[in-house]
Design a protein around this ligand. Structure first.
Ligand code: HEM
Length: 401
């Protein structure tokens, strides 16, 4: 255990580090990648160059440090990140490397202000935080490898079907190349796809939600082609353009804790923006398969009809439910004749009309959409417990913007 002295030093200096957060972490990443370029096979270069991941990792260390004597306060965040780490193949031996360069960067940026006492305290605290991650991740690796059909690192999956779902979204149906059955997963989970793209020096990893229910003999991911956002789109463009039926990609086993709770019976709403509907597709399909009598509202907002994926699929599933509603709207609507349409953005009035206070809401979409919807649901009196969300990009960035 840490001494009270160490705890005091860490807690009292955490705010100082936060102030220098971006500087410290840019130095940290620069030095770490210079000396350990192999880690570029794990980290997302697009996030790196945007500075997004930088702040995410550092903020989490500071958040954990402030709670260093009661780490259970940040447990949900740790578990969420651990899922991501496990999916990416982060291993115990990586932690001392990150620790070394993070501490080094703190020293470099703070200069004389970083006394030995401060550095030693942070080094100890980092060790405790790292151990928490390592322990949780070890369990996750074990669970992943031990379940029927499961595996620990990356496995070759073969594309058995490729289906265009909209102008920008295409689905890939995947099976294990070695013919073994794929493990089950929880609706809402994602897989990490790892690609070696010709001309790229390092492997590129991206997370994609599984967009089908568990229990099929395939996995399905549905990928949005990020055409106008280089360098984000390297992986999605390669998948869309170069990966076809018969090709093989590598992926880690399903991970993630944005999952659907089947035990609950309260009304449920699935609210998505754009490609954010993918994990919710899995949840909806799971519900239709389980013969549930639950009250279900599926709300989707897309930029326009051309980019609206799965319209028929959702409609068919919702029609099978005894109490199901499907509402969708376009930010640039051009067809407002159908009774199911709403036009423009999702508004508070709209949500108020369609969602009762006891509804459990699963929300997924880009950050601005998510912030907006979560705020409106909160304003409408939906409890924090009943607003469950996932968005794209590093988790802590929601708090830091
Ligand atoms: C992602 C925290 C150690 C590799 C993240 C995220 C956080 C985080 C908050 C963002 C999660 C998200 O995207 O939702 C931490 C903390 C660590 C730690 C607090 C130490 C105690 C490590 C280590 C490695 C690593 C040792 C491996 C060398 C990654 C990668 C990502 C990530 C590759 C995804 C980043 C991206 O795709 O840009 N981590 N991490 N992390 N972490 Fe860690």
């Amino acid at each position: 255990a840490l001494s009270q002295k160490t705890i005091d030093v860490v807690k009292s200096t955490a705010p100082v580090l936060e102030v220098h957060g971006v500087t410290i972490t840019s130095v940290f990443y620069k030095n770490m990648f210079k000396n350990h370029p192999e880690l570029l096979n794990i980290f997302n270069h697009a996030n790196q160059s945007q500075g997004r991941q930088q702040t995410a990792l550092a903020n989490m260390v500071y958040a954990a440090a402030k709670n260093i004597d009661q780490l259970e306060n940040v447990l949900p965040e740790v578990v969420q990140v651990a899922h991501k780490h496990r999916g990416l193949g982060v291993k115990p031996e990586h932690y001392p490397i990150v620790g070394k360069y993070l501490l080094g960067a703190i020293k470099e940026v703070l200069g004389d202000a970083a006394t030995d006492e401060i550095i030693d305290a942070w080094s100890e605290a980092y060790g405790v935080i790292a151990q928490a991650f390592i322990g949780i991740e070890a369990d996750m690796y074990k669970t992943s490898a031990e379940q029927p059909g499961g595996w620990e690192g990356f496995k070759e999956l073969e594309v058995i079907d490729k289906v265009k779902e909209s102008d920008v979204i295409t689905s890939f149906y995947l099976k294990a190349k070695d013919g073994t059955a794929l493990p089950s997963f929880e609706p809402g989970q994602y897989i990490t796809v790892r690609l070696q793209i010709p001309g790229e020096k390092y492997a590129l990893n991206r997370q994609y939600s599984l967009s089908c229910a568990p229990g099929n003999d395939y996995y399905r991911i549905s990928v949005k082609k990020e055409a106008d956002q280089e360098p984000f789109g390297k992986v999605s463009n390669y998948l869309h353009e170069k990966i076809n039926v018969g090709n093989v990609i590598e992926a880690s086993a399903p991970a993630g804790d944005f999952t659907f709770n089947m035990e609950e019976t309260a009304p449920v709403a699935f609210i998505s923006g754009g490609v954010g509907l993918t994990p919710l597709m899995s949840m909806l399909e799971t519900l239709t398969k389980s013969n549930e009598n639950r009250d279900v509202t599926f709300i989707h907002s897309a930029r326009h009809e051309g980019v609206h994926a799965f319209r028929d699929e959702v409609k068919n599933m919702v029609d099978k439910l005894e109490h199901g509603r499907f509402l969708y709207g376009y930010e640039h609507p051009f067809d407002q004749t159908g009774g199911h349409h709403f036009s423009g953005y999702i508004t508070k009035e709209f949500l108020k009309e369609h969602i009762t206070k006891d509804t459990i809401c699963y929300v997924c979409g880009p950050v601005p959409f998510l912030k907006n919807v979560v705020q409106m649901l909160t304003d409408l009196g939906i409890t924090e417990d009943n607003i469950r969300y996932e968005f794209f990009g590093p988790a802590m960035s929601l708090q830091t913007n």
